[in-house]
Design a binder for this molecule. Structure first.
Ligand code: HBI
Length: 96
């Protein structure tokens, strides 16, 4: 059973994820990605989907044309867990 990160662990983890913003409700982190066009955005979403399935950890996300907003939170833990941190790093590696 995965647990929520402590406040201290959360702060340490987020220091390495400067492009992600803390979200209070649900407790998690979010980042907006902007691409040239819809195909770029959807191609990114396809790659993230494959990462998420491999990790068995799935984003809450929305797409408007060339924009993708991703929220990471762990439902089973009721907040931010290490799984969210790990997936955020993997997503950053795709996008940056
Ligand atoms: N994704 N974000 C997120 N949070 C979860 O708790 C979660 C998930 N994907 C699959 C998953 N849990 C499985 O372990 C089952 O609990 C559904």
């Amino acid at each position: 059973m995965i647990g929520k990160l402590s406040e201290e662990d959360r702060a340490v983890a987020l220091a390495d994820l400067p492009q992600w913003t803390s979200v209070a409700e649900p407790e998690g982190i979010s980042r907006r990605f902007t691409f040239t066009d819809f195909v770029g955005a959807f191609g990114f979403m396809t790659r993230v989907a494959i990462l998420a399935e491999k990790a068995d950890h799935h984003p809450e996300w929305s797409n408007v044309y060339n924009r993708v907003d991703i929220l990471l939170t762990t439902h089973d833990a009721g907040g931010l867990s290490q799984r969210d941190i790990d997936l955020a790093h993997a997503i950053d590696a795709l996008a940056d």
